[in-house]
Write a protein that binds this ligand. Structure first.
Ligand SMILES: Cc1cc2nc3c(=O)[nH]c(=O)nc-3n(C[C@H](O)[C@H](O)[C@H](O)COP(=O)(O)O)c2cc1C
Length: 365
């Protein structure tokens, strides 16, 4: 399995939903950086399960245990490893799924690839639980970025047909992102959240699930970061964000809407503001030729509905070689999106840290 990502800031995620622990090793964090563990715990708690009716009732504290790489609160320059104990497991819910794969989940493809030897409990290594270590690494990278004046924040931009307001792609500011990045279920327009909750509740009560989108912004990025063709900012962000389970689409700036515009409408006009080049609009999401323009980076990520739903579904019995039906038991998120917002922020922070490190710009405090 390939669960390692990055060039200069490298992460390697290990474990499964029902193994003793899950964790991450992060290589490439400079020595001498004072880490604020409370800020890491805040991010972990935003993603942790069992918060409310929009999430799985499985309760886990998700408190990380540091094994190495940070001494007396200061990074040592060595690989940093943290583990998170799995304390609330109910593996009996899953045994029956080994030969009757859940539609929409990775059970069937994992069965084919690993010959039925993969850990099926709780989705094993494919579980959304594996995003907890990513949030740990992201919270660490975020602190390095904050020291350089870079802020990252995301909000639940839609649940089903209910939409939040969008970021002002030109004027989104660090304060707004700091606020969003401390909240569980962050939204820009509070009225949207009640409607989103209602959508999630209706899906849950129907034994169903619902999808949605997360919009993420990065501000404070200098112009000139990223490389053309395969080392671009879009390439980097996309490759790590697609590592988040249930992601099925990403768009930058105006994204797919650009395909319906004329160039006269889509092009972001340049102008000087106090000696700095800015753009009057930001349809390109702060990226041209894979390289940052210095304007906010804006991206939206589409999450599919949670595959495990309790409604009866058609599937196959791989052992008997016949068609069958399943009703999925276990504890599942009726909507992945609220818990995924901090994961998108974390993935973006890791990618930006890696890109700055490649340019020799991720230096110690
Ligand atoms: C935060 C988070 C929570 C998730 N919770 C669940 C869940 O409770 N039940 C489920 O079936 N899938 C859940 N998923 C999604 C599955 O892990 C994912 O759909 C599956 O591994 C297949 O991968 P793919 O959707 O990327 O193809 C969650 C994903 C994330 C990011």
């Amino acid at each position: 399995m390939s669960s390692t990502w990055g060039e200069r800031v490298k992460i390697s995620v290990f474990g499964g939903s029902h193994t003793e622990a899950i964790g991450i090793t992060i290589d490439g964090i400079p020595a001498g950086f004072a880490v604020d563990l409370d800020k890491i715990l805040l991010q972990m708690s935003r993603r942790a399960p069992g918060r409310d009716e929009a999430a799985t009732p499985r309760k886990e504290s998700d408190a990380p245990e540091l094994l190495c790489g940070i001494l007396d609160g200061i990074t040592t320059g060595e690989p940093i490893t943290a583990i998170i104990w799995n304390t609330n497991k109910r593996s009996r819910d899953y045994e029956s799924l080994r030969f009757t794969p859940r539609p929409g989940h990775a059970d069937y493809t994992a069965f084919v690839k690993y010959g039925g030897k993969n850990d099926i409990r709780g989705g094993g290594h494919f579980s959304g639980r594996l995003t907890a270590p990513i949030v740990f690494a992201g919270a660490l990278c975020r602190q390095l970025l904050e020291a350089k004046g870079i802020a990252i924040g995301a909000h639940v931009s839609s649940v089903g047909q209910v939409h939040d307001d969008c970021f002002d792609a030109v004027n989104v500011c660090a304060d707004e992102l700091h606020k969003l990045s401390t909240e569980y279920f962050p939204v820009i327009n509070p009225a949207a959240k009640d409607k989103m909750y209602a959508e999630i509740k209706a899906a849950r009560e129907a034994g169903d699930s619902i999808g949605g989108t997360v919009e993420c912004a990065v501000v404070g990025m200098e112009a000139g970061i990223g490389e053309p063709m395969f080392g671009g900012v879009e390439n980097k962000l996309t490759s790590i964000i697609y590592g988040i389970p249930a992601v099925k689409g990403i768009e930058f700036g105006a994204g797919f809407a650009l395909s319906e515009m004329h160039g006269s409408e889509s092009n972001d006009a340049f102008y000087f503001s106090e000696g700095t080049v800015r753009t009057a609009t930001n349809n390109m999401g702060g990226i041209l030729g894979g390289i940052t323009t210095g304007m906010p980076i804006i991206l939206r990520t589409a999450f599919k509905p949670t595959p495990s739903i309790s409604l009866p579904q058609k599937t196959v019995n791989l052992q008997a070689g016949e068609n069958t039906e399943i009703e999925i038991k276990g504890r599942h998120d009726p909507c992945i999106v609220p818990r995924a917002a901090p994961v998108v922020e974390a993935a973006a922070a890791i990618a930006i840290a890696d890109m700055l490190a490649i340019e020799g710009k991720l230096v110690k405090q």
